[in-house]
Design a protein around this ligand. Sequence first.
Ligand code: FAD
Length: 300
Amino acid sequence: MLIEKIKNLDIGEVLENEPMKGHTTFRVGGPVDIFIRPKDEESLIMLMKLLKEEGVTPFILGQGSNLLVSDSGLRGVVICIHKALTDIYLDGETLYTGAGNSVPDVAKYAQRNSLSNMEEVSGIPGSIGGAVVMNAGAYGGEFKDFVKNVKVLTRDLEVKYIDNQDMDFRYRGSAVLDEGYIVLGANLSLRKRDQKEIDELMADYTNRRVTKQPLNYPSAGSTFKRPEGYYAAALIESSGLKGLVHRGAMVSDKHSGFVINHDNATYKDVIELIRLIQKEVKDKHGISLETEVKIIGEDK
Ligand SMILES: Cc1cc2nc3c(=O)[nH]c(=O)nc-3n(C[C@H](O)[C@H](O)[C@H](O)COP(=O)(O)OP(=O)(O)OC[C@H]3O[C@@H](n4cnc5c(N)ncnc54)[C@H](O)[C@@H]3O)c2cc1C
């Protein structure tokens, strides 16, 4: 049995029938057959070798802050990198961070060392791996602006570094997503700056998030990508959908671009509301909203 072979490797935390709602910021999602958090890079490589031999392709999970998982969950294996690969150190103005550290923690580490460039992204509640893969961004800054290179594990189990210019960074995407690599870590190019200026900028961006986003409810952030030339939130609001409740799911009345889990929402509640928003916006404005949130799982 695969589970026995995995347990015999002694590579870290291995859980069976683990509910994904406990590993996503939406707090939605049924169980995954096997959930693994490897204890280090070596363990991850050993695990990937076994899975390759067994013909199993795992789903790579970060902090689960951009995911909507179906109620029947995922068959197979989820490997969680968040809190797994957590090295962090400085070499001059270059900061190396493992993929399992959270973005806000790394931004605070940079701040403590008077290093600038992460202020805009400092409130994104994902892991470094997820943020690199997605080229996460906010307030005019994106990961592509300060990633020097990315350490990945390829499908052939080769560890290599990919330079920024070869990462094909784009709006919420990158080469890693296309190639199915696993991000192990990244070198970030930062620059010395007056500590007080960094403090002020970070406080300003945090304040903007707290005042504009429904952070007291579970969600996966902006549900939809920004359509060319428009704002998803404005289109949703002018379609009369702000505050709309569909069973446990709701269009936030604080920020219409967020579908939130306001009362024990299931996947079904959320996906039905997403489809309704897409239909209404298309009917009223002729614009197709594409989800930024990744929808995964069986029966999705
Ligand atoms: C309240 C809130 C606010 C948000 N604000 C923003 C924002 O301002 N800007 C923004 O861009 N996003 C925002 N997001 C969305 C989300 O935080 C980002 O997309 C984040 O980068 C996702 O990281 P994650 O670790 O949670 O990835 P996950 O959601 O776990 O995964 C996302 C994708 O990345 C892949 N992945 C994750 N880790 C790895 C890895 N190590 N190697 C290979 N693939 C990997 C997954 O397979 C999946 O395809 C917000 C979300 C919330 C809940």
